[in-house]
Every structure is written in structure tokens, then in C-alpha cells.
Write a protein that binds this ligand. Structure first.
Ligand SMILES: [Zn+2]
Length: 93
């Protein structure tokens, strides 16, 4: 069967070919990696969250591509109220 997913980030539609019986098992509560172990992680992610491979790649780049983002992200800012733009965190100054 063909499963259509809509990416929550870029809103593109992607179709994945999966076995209907396995898909039903996943829908019934079985872990997707157990029901469809042959799927690539990207494909599983697409089924689970709808995120398309392009955005998945960009997410990875955002998270791991820039060293500074590793320790200071917008999420950190939201959770702690820590404002990276109002203080000096350079030990030299
Ligand atoms: Zn996308």
C-alpha cells in the first residue's frame, strides 16, 4: 500500500510504499522498527512524524552542523529564559 505523509515543516507530500499488513500492525501498537525493520530510519521518521528526507537532513545539519548550536539553541533560551544576546560569555573579555 502507498502511505501519504505530509511534512510538518515544508508541507510537501511524500509517499512511502509499505506492506499493508505490517502497516496495520504498526497502527495497532507494534513498534515501527519491529513491524517494518527493513525501513531506513529516514523512512520510519517520515511515517512517524511526517518529516520528509530533505527537512530531516536540514534538521540534522542545524543540530550538529554548527558547534555553537550544540550548546545554545532557541530551545535553551525558551526553557531557561537565558538570553544569549545580553551577556558576554567569552572568557577573554
Ligand atoms: Zn519537508
Amino acid at each position: 500500500m502507498l502511505v501519504k505523509t505530509t511534512c510538518p515543516i515544508c508541507h510537501c507530500d511524500t509517499y512511502i510504499q509499505v506492506d499493508a499488513e505490517e502497516y496495520a500492525r504498526w497502527q495497532a501498537g507494534e513498534l515501527i522498527q519491529v513491524a517494518m525493520p527493513y525501513l531506513h530510519p529516514e523512512d520510519r521518521e517520515m511515517l512517524v512524524s511526517g518529516i520528509c528526507p530533505d527537512c530531516w537532513d536540514e534538521q540534522l545539519v542545524d543540530e550538529y552542523g554548527d558547534g555553537e548550536d550544540l550548546w545554545l539553541s532557541e530551545e535553551d533560551f525558551d526553557e531557561t529564559g537565558f538570553n544569549p544576546y545580553m551577556g558576554c560569555y567569552d572568557f577573554d573579555c
